[in-house]
Design a protein around this ligand. Structure first.
Ligand SMILES: O=c1ccn([C@H]2C[C@H](O)[C@@H](COP(=O)(O)O)O2)c(=O)[nH]1
Length: 512
């Protein structure tokens, strides 16, 4: 069946991401890349376009776009607005253009999933469940055009919309979607502490934590899995940033410098470009807040007032894109400068690695300036992010799960046993279990527990040291149980910490 859309009666019916799209009655899809779509819709009437939508990511955004185009065969024109620096960084519009220009081939995603790979310098994926023939029909049936400015986009849409009697290329097509099922384990919802040496390592731990115990909920953007208040502590990110090889992060090294500039500089705002954090920090409140905190700490290194605010009370009124990063605080302790940043809402898969790297660069900038101006030799302390709604969108669950499968076990294997809560030395003396609690590193004794029952001892230790690392606590439990067995069978067993229980030979059996 074919039908004629010249009368503008066919309403666009998205099958994916419907709440993120502005739909109309025309036969032109306007893809705005990273430009805010509201800046275009105000220049157009719903008769002139079929749909207006953003395209952010070449690996995750092109598939839903294509599914929607296949389900709406009356769309015969695509105008792609490839205008901003973010578009250049993400490469999604370039990759979509390459899909139309160069096609696709069978391949694998970075996480090993079979998919259609777009023939492009930018990695772009299309779900393998979509029939290749249908993709070719789409490529041959749609006229596409790249534009570089908002006004050009508007005028091309208006121009194409003058075409009357445009025929649909065929019947609507829909293809199966592979749904990633989540098995959520029980766990507390509020307040989580995650620590890692690098942003890459901390990220995997964050993904693991959210995927295992996060609450699945519906939002205006579709489904996501969320924990509330994740505090992520990155202790040792190197100054030139660690990118794993091959890079599994959701940011590429070549895009980092540009992101850092958006965090540190007051880039002049362009129509359609969302606020940048640099603008909020440098000029939004008619103050350069980065300079303010440098001056504050230079004058008083002990100040607890080194605060920067990004949330504007007016953000409640009619701002469609209020900042996710809201508050930054710096603190010097024992010659280290730490930076703590609070996000009201944080996309932990797609945005957190870039957010964390930008903040780390800001921390370095502030440190360098304080050291220069006040001849201090402060060192970089940890970067701490507090993500209030810490979420992973459902379309990233599959990627996140594969990454967790590949990386999480490796990270757990290379853990050290330096529990900041200290260590425990267990011995048997005078028919009693002695447990000495020592400081990490120097091994000074800070407490001593004595008794005959493993359970009573671990209960005392647990109540005194509630922040023991999980594996350390489990280890202590097994050691204490071994000590109790040896104590109640002192003629048979010898207890030595970290050794298997050994059976006493006659020669070394204790007397009496
Ligand atoms: O620096 C940023 C900017 C945006 N987001 C994500 C968080 C949310 O997923 C979405 C913003 O949605 P609202 O909370 O503004 O509705 O973008 C971030 O994680 N970091």
């Amino acid at each position: 069946m074919t039908f004629v859309t010249g009368e503008h009666t066919t309403y666009y019916k998205p099958i994916c991401k419907s709440n993120q799209l502005i739909c109309g009655y025309g036969h032109i899809a306007l893809i705005t890349g990273w430009t805010v779509k509201q800046t275009l819709v105000k220049h157009l009437s719903p008769k002139e376009f079929a749909v207006i939508g953003n395209l952010y990511s070449p690996t995750r955004g092109i598939t839903p776009l294509i599914r929607n185009l296949l389900a709406n065969p009356h769309v015969r024109f695509v105008v792609i607005l490839n205008a901003t620096q973010e578009d250049k960084n993400a490469g999604a519009c370039d990759c979509l253009l390459d899909f139309f220009r160069n096609g696709f081939q069978e391949g694998k995603s970075d996480t090993g999933r079979k998919c259609w790979l777009i023939n492009s310098e930018t990695k772009g994926y299309i779900d393998f469940e979509i029939d290749a023939k249908a993709l070719d029909i789409l490529r041959n049936s749609i006229r596409w055009e790249e534009v570089k400015t908002i006004s050009e986009a508007v005028s091309r849409v208006k121009f194409f919309s003058q075409n009357k009697n445009v025929e649909a290329w065929g019947n609507p097509l829909e293809f199966k979607e592979v749904v990633t099922i989540s098995h959520v384990l029980p766990g507390s919802r509020y307040g989580h502490r995650i620590e890692g040496q690098t942003i890459a390592e901390t990220w995997i731990k964050i993904l693991h934590k959210i995927r295992k115990t996060g609450t699945i909920r519906n939002t205006e953007y579709g489904e996501w899995q969320e924990l509330i208040d994740i505090m992520a502590i990155v202790t040792d990110e190197p100054s030139d940033f660690y990118f794993p090889e091959p890079n599994y992060l959701s940011i590429e090294r070549q895009n980092l410098q540009n992101y850092i500039e958006q965090m540190l500089s007051d880039l002049s705002s362009q129509e359609g470009v969302e606020y940048t954090y640099g603008k909020r920090l440098r000029s939004w409140f008619k103050q350069d807040q980065i300079e303010q905190v440098i001056k504050k700490l230079t004058l008083d290194i002990n100040s607890s007032r080194a605060v920067m605010s990004l949330w504007d009370v007016h953000d409640h009124e009619g701002n469609d894109n209020p900042p996710c990063l809201n508050h930054i605080w710096l603190r010097v302790v024992e010659n280290e400068l730490s930076l703590t940043a609070t996000f009201r809402s944080n996309d932990m898969f797609s945005a957190w690695p870039a957010n964390a790297m930008g903040l780390r660069a800001l921390q370095q900038h502030i440190l360098d300036n304080i050291n220069q101006r006040a001849s201090y030799s402060l060192k970089m302390g940890p970067l701490i992010t507090v993500s209030q709604s810490a979420h992973i969108y459902s379309d990233c669950w599959e990627y996140a799960d594969r990454l967790i499968d590949e990386q999480y076990a490796k990270i757990c294997q290379k853990r050290d046993f330096n529990d900041p809560s200290g260590s425990f030395v267990i011995t048997l003396q005078n028919n009693t279990i002695i447990v000495e609690h020592t400081t990490p590193g120097t091994g000074e004794i800070v407490n001593c527990y004595t008794g005959k029952s493993a359970r009573k001892l671990y209960q005392q230790i647990a109540s005194n040291c509630p922040s023991l690392q999980v594996e350390h606590a489990m280890y202590l439990g097994t050691e204490l149980q071994k000590a109790e067995i040896a104590l109640s069978n002192s003629q048979t067993y010898l207890y030595i910490q970290d050794q298997p229980l050994s059976i006493l030979t006659k020669a070394i059996k204790p007397v009496g």
